[in-house]
Write a protein that binds this ligand. Structure first.
Ligand SMILES: Nc1ncnc2c1ncn2[C@@H]1O[C@H](COP(=O)(O)OP(=O)(O)OP(=O)(O)O)[C@@H](O)[C@H]1O
Ligand SMILES: [Mg+2]
Length: 306
């Protein structure tokens, strides 16, 4: 008699059938907190949606879920059409989001969960959210390389890759290096690194103030042989737009930070992001390696998208 499948296997099967309907699955991560993961996730999602892609955003930052606020859909709650699966909250027709924030009655209530509970919640999101067909699932994570990141990578072995966010500051870069090595250890491709908060233009004199330094993210990329996706400057207007849940891609289109984020989304969407997964010893990347030149690159990069 065939052994009965346990709950874990059944959930895995549901995850498989959901994930099979989704094109690219990308996890946004960082070593240090507050460097701009959620900002990157939300803005990339907005630009990919502008480009006509069907996008889902999954917020697995269970202790500090900010995605809903940045999309301007906080206060929405989870619903179900069939009593079994959850429906994601629509930001617009081709952009939807799931966050634990939608399940909390009191937005100030802390989520006090151990690792096993977090793993269960993330797996349930992956198994039971009715996204339908998507071009992209962007997954926003808390800082670090712990339960949440591990659960995502193990539940979605076909993850397209990670995007690693850092500021140029040494302490942020130090921690971002751990995210690079986490991805490598788990055999997940690294789509690239984004240097956020890369200089602030003084609103008074127009001169650039390198609050967190400049170029630290790009230097790390050269050192660790990972693609650099671009630098995003600090802008007060961006921060204000996020607090108000406005779409910075469309509303801030004339601003350098909005343009930089839109450009990075286009690089990702072009599918040419060079990924340095697994073993990097078999190929050497030139110091000038950039995702945007990947399509014409002649190096034998093992996981380069053709
Ligand atoms: N380029 C930028 N210019 C101005 N403000 C920014 C920029 N990037 C992020 N911020 C602001 O900095 C704060 C931290 O950003 P964000 O929440 O995206 O970081 P995070 O890495 O997701 O943080 P956490 O680790 O807590 O999840 C937010 O208030 C956000 O609005
Ligand atoms: Mg965040």
């Amino acid at each position: 008699m065939a052994e009965e499948k346990d709950e874990f296997e059944l959930t895995n099967e549901r995850i498989r059938s959901r994930m099979d309907k989704i094109g690219r699955k990308i996890m946004v991560m960082s070593g240090k907190g507050g460097v701009g993961k959620t900002t990157v996730t939300v803005n990339l999602a907005n630009e990919l949606a502008e480009l006509g892609c069907k996008v889902g955003v999954l917020d697995v930052d269970l202790h500090g879920p900010n995605v809903a606020k940045m999309f301007g859909v906080e206060g929405e709650s989870l619903s179900s059409a069939d009593g079994v699966s959850f429906l994601p909250v629509k930001v617009k027709e081709n952009l939807s989001v799931i966050s634990l924030a939608f399940a909390l009655e009191d937005p100030d209530a802390p989520v006090i969960w151990r690792g096993s509970m977090k793993m269960g919640a993330i797996r349930q999101f992956l198994a039971d959210v009715e996204w339908g067909e998507l071009d992209y699932l962007l997954i926003d994570t808390p800082p670090g390389t712990g339960d949440e990141q591990l659960t995502v990578c193990q539940a979605i072995p076909e993850l397209t890759g990670t995007i690693i966010v850092t500021t140029p500051q040494d302490v942020a870069v130090l921690d971002a290096r751990k995210s690079v090595n986490f991805s490598r250890k788990l055999g997940v491709a690294i789509l690239g690194v984004i240097e956020n908060m890369s200089g602030l233009k003084c609103p008074h004199c127009g001169k650039e103030i390198p609050i967190f330094g400049k170029g630290g993210g790009e230097r790390m990329c050269l050192d660790m042989h990972v693609p650099f996706l671009g630098a995003v400057p600090m802008e007060i207007d961006l921060r204000e737009a996020e607090d108000e849940g406005k779409n910075w891609i469309t509303e801030g289109a004339s601003h350098p930070s909005s343009q930089a984020l839109a450009e990075i989304a286009k690089i990702i969407n072009a599918g040419t992001a060079c990924s340095t997964s697994r073993d990097t010893s078999s190929f050497a990347k030139p110091a000038s390696c950039k995702p945007s030149s990947c399509a014409t690159c002649t190096l034998n990069c093992p996981s380069r998208k053709k």
